[in-house]
Design a protein around this ligand. Structure first.
Ligand SMILES: [Zn+2]
Length: 251
């Protein structure tokens, strides 16, 4: 049995530990950069896997399936944060891309992810503000998922679980979201996967360690390149400039 109150509290605690308030939308990819010792890998993990988490005394690693939509990747990362911080079952999780059915532990991680991105009280007040007591329309649902940066299916499941939508409405609302969002004036980034040339990438602790080796001249430059290529970072190894702007800042 899911203890939703406890999972919402855990999500709030982690938001606060990472410097966020209790209600606002979060830039989850920036947030996890602050987590000491964590390596984040984006990789095409196949259609059945949304993400993975490995944690022990030596390694803290989260992998996210970069072929899923941006919104789903945000949700998957929040899901993996549950395993990283609160799951004491094992040091290794491979997580299914399906929302249902799942083990109790996976359901807890999903519920935590949903609360982490859209805290219970925050979502309730956003719904009251936009729809009042009216039935939620596709327009309301898209506005909510765009605001919280949550995948369409994750938002639909959340709204069903809180009684705002019926299961029948979930199925009728699950198609046509990209064109509906565009017509309503939203960017469709939330619903699209990472571009193919960026689907393999490593960020975080691993790269800091490689940079430390380089600065201390502990290994050869060839070995540094090899370590970077192992992490799909040929852009760093070969000094590639993706924008063709000569490395100039454009902000
Ligand atoms: Zn999981």
């Amino acid at each position: 049995m899911l203890d939703k109150l406890d999972l919402n509290t855990k999500a709030q605690e982690l938001r606060e530990a990472l410097g966020e308030d209790a209600n606002s939308p979060v830039d989850i990819f920036s947030l996890v950069n602050q987590i000491e010792g964590l390596t984040l890998v984006f990789y095409p993990l196949g259609e059945n896997i949304s993400g993975m988490c490995i944690r022990d005394n030596e390694i803290r690693l989260i992998a996210i399936n970069s072929t899923t939509s941006y919104g789903r990747q945000r949700y998957s990362l929040a899901h993996e944060l549950y395993h990283l911080y609160y799951d004491d079952k094992s040091g290794f999780n491979v997580c299914s891309a399906k929302f249902d059915p799942k083990s109790e532990n996976e359901k807890c991680a999903d519920q935590f992810a949903s609360y982490f991105l859209a805290p219970y009280k925050s979502l309730r007040s956003a719904i009251r503000k936009s729809a009042g007591n009216c039935q939620l329309s596709m327009q309301h649902i898209i506005a909510l998922e765009q605001y919280y940066g949550m995948s369409h299916m994750a938002m639909l499941w959340r709204l069903v679980s809180e009684g705002y939508l019926s299961s029948e409405e979930l199925y009728s609302c699950s198609c046509g979201v990209i064109s509906a969002a565009r017509k309503l004036g939203y960017d469709d980034k939330l619903y699209r996967p990472t571009p193919v040339d960026l689907q393999r990438r490593t960020y975080g602790h691993y790269l800091k360690q490689v940079e430390e080796l380089r600065q201390k001249e502990l290994v050869s430059s060839g070995k540094i390149d090899e370590l970077l290529l192992d992490a799909f970072r040929e852009d760093i190894a070969f000094g590639l400039d993706e924008n063709g702007l000569g490395g100039a800042a454009i902000d």
